[in-house]
Design a protein around this ligand. Sequence first.
Ligand code: FBP
Length: 552
Amino acid sequence: MSISALQSERAKYQPKLPNSLKSYVKLVEGEKTQSVADQKDIQELFPNTYGMPLINFEASNEKKTYSAVNVGVILSGGQAPGGHNVISGIFDGIKNLNPESKLYGFLGGPGGLVDHQYIELTSEFIDEYRNTGGFDIIGSGRTKLEETAQYDKGTEIMKQLNIQALIIIGGDDSNTNACVLAEYYAANNSGIQVIGCPKTIDGDLKNDMIETSFGFDTATKVYSELIGNIERDANSAKKYWHFIKLMGRSASHIGLECALQTQPNITLISEEVELKKQTLSEIVDYMADIIARRASNGESFGVALIPEGLVEFVPEMKALISELNDLLVEGSESEQKFKSFTSKSEGRAFVAGILSSDSAKVYTLLPSGIADQLTLDRDPHGNVQVSLIETEKLLGEMVKTRLGEMKKTGDFKGKFSTQYHFFGYEGRCAAPSNFDADYCYSLGYNASFLIAEGKTGYMSSVRNLTAPAAEWIAGGVPVTMMMNMERRHGHMKAVIQKALVELDNAPFKYLAANREKWAIETSFVYPGPIQYWGPTEVCDQPTKTITLERAK
Ligand code: FBP
């Protein structure tokens, strides 16, 4: 592999660890836990892994010896900066506990476990990937692990490789599946432990014990750099409104964090739209009003941030999408029929005919391109692929029409020219920030202690993240603690509760208190690129989200 000068220098970076993990550890058990909701149901579904205590590791002088262990690792779902450091942390951790330990990587995501595709990860191999972005070390995938036949195929290969523990690095759905697997292996006394690691740039896998998922820090810093560059361009040319859609699936954490870093004129937050039951037309009015007010100050330019999942939170669109989800379930009669149309307009006419009259009205009023995007294939978890819906263009077109009407009544005097952007894939594989490099390495290293201590059904947890890394608190949280029952594909399922933006939490309140000023006065902040070397105030800062959330 050819490497850049930055990569070769960056390879020398030694990620920081919490003091408690630097030598021998003492395992301290905390309170017994219960799930965040639906305790009875979750306990029934997870009799072997429910109610386990929280775990903290404390530094200890007492020498401990651990047997060699073979560990398997899987990267699951979308890429997030720092995955390679989780793997190098696991590797260094298990080798430190016993140099005879081995690490196997299953290739291409959870499917690699089922299809028995793996490699042994050696020191030379891993060294090339330290502190780099991407998941290319072993690849990732979105295969769901949820059938016993898959678990048994997994057991088969793990027995063959003498693997005693599996680490699944993934988001809420993948960690839910990790927990189901842990329960299955515990129930069958298979002797295989399963540990999860919290990954996703979306930032929606978090709670009191998991302060943030890894990758959120780097991805939002990359997007904020790009947004800042666009703001500076907008402020220089003074002729465009930039509508920027940001990844994040359902949650608006990414948009919110980028807004806190860059202070754009408009920031839409899906969770607020849902709470206030704002219709598309109300959102358009809100945006058009700001654009008109800025124009009346002679400023026909600006920046608007739009979360990629927005359409799913607009009441009439939510109803439409949920109807479409049911009608287009893979293999259903209506899906087969829909797929049989070669002409897109005939396909749309068919869909309009089977929707309820309210949803059909919404659907037929959408620009045809957007209507088509709503009927694209769902992902393996049944989610609409929101990254494929061009919400920024939908809003841009609607705002243009609205401003045209306002022009006639004299309420808008100015110009409105748009540029559209979608930032998502640009940030998912960036070289991890110092924060993510340290956090990920610590998560992996910590997971090796959870394995050595015989734990299963736990997620690796590293907390106190606004303090210097040396003071971070390492331990484990039972995955069942994060679960509740939710309706998925028509059935109630135990799943990890997704963390959406809370409107009464500090980060949103900060936005709400400042957005009127940012809307009208040009208050842009240009954060610039991630810095890996230099003063700690520039290089080692966590996100504004976690800083505001954890402020006492
Ligand atoms: P995960 O939840 O698996 O971490 O994926 C996050 C994400 O980047 C979302 O923000 C985005 O909607 C989705 O993945 C895109 O998926 P894909 O990579 O399959 O296009």
